[in-house]
Design a protein around this ligand. Structure first.
Ligand SMILES: [Cu+2]
Length: 173
C-alpha cells in the first residue's frame, strides 16, 4: 500500500465516521421529538388529546406571606397556577409535593370556595382539610375523570384558596 492509498483510506474512514455520527444524532433527535409528542403529562394550559392515563405532578408552596400557589415544579409555584385539561374517562394520577413551609393539600372540587369538600370525582383528593400534607411531604392519588366539565383544584386548608391556591381542571368530551 503506497502513501496515496493510505491517505485516501484515512479520508474514507473520517467521512464514514462523520456520516455515522450524523445518523446517530438525527435518530436521537427524532426519538426525542416522538417522545415529547407522546407525552400525556399536561403542562400549563395544554391538554392530553385522548383518554388513557396521565400523570400530573403538582407542587404546592408559598410565594409570599400573602400569596400561595401551585406549580409544575418546586421552583415554578405560581398564582395563578397551571391549567390542566384531560379527556373524559382519563385515569389521572396526581403526584403531590409540598414544597412550602406550611401544610397544604390538593382536592379537585366543583367550586373554588374555601375548604370545599365537594369532590368532582371519587378519590380526587390528596390528604384533607383536617390532615393536610406537611411541609416537604409527598402524597399521591389516582382517580377517573368520569364526567366532562370545568372543575377546580384547590388547597382545602382554611383561607388558602383566597391566597391563590386553586387552578382550573377541565375535562373535555
Ligand atoms: Cu394550602
Amino acid at each position: 500500500m503506497n502513501q496515496t492509498t493510505k491517505r485516501c483510506d484515512t479520508a474514507w474512514y473520517i467521512a464514514a465516521a462523520i456520516i455515522i455520527a450524523v445518523i446517530i444524532a438525527s435518530s436521537a433527535l427524532t426519538y426525542q421529538f416522538i417522545q415529547s409528542n407522546n407525552s400525556n403529562a399536561p403542562s400549563p394550559s395544554t391538554s392530553s388529546s385522548s383518554a388513557g392515563s396521565v400523570t400530573i405532578t403538582v407542587y404546592a408552596g408559598e410565594l409570599s406571606s400573602s400569596v400561595y400557589g401551585f406549580g409544575n415544579t418546586s421552583s415554578t409555584v405560581t398564582s395563578p397556577r397551571p391549567t390542566f385539561t384531560v379527556k373524559v374517562g382519563t385515569t389521572v394520577t396526581v403526584n403531590f409535593t409540598n414544597a412550602g413551609t406550611m401544610p397544604h393539600n390538593w382536592a379537585l372540587v366543583t367550586q373554588k370556595t374555601s375548604g370545599n369538600t365537594n369532590l368532582a370525582f371519587s378519590k380526587a383528593q390528596i390528604a384533607s382539610l383536617g390532615d393536610p400534607v406537611p411541609a416537604s411531604g409527598i402524597a399521591t392519588t389516582t382517580f377517573v375523570a368520569s364526567r366532562a366539565g370545568t372543575y377546580y383544584y384547590i388547597c382545602q386548608v382554611d383561607g388558602h384558596v383566597a391566597l391563590g391556591m386553586w387552578g382550573t381542571f377541565t375535562v373535555t368530551l
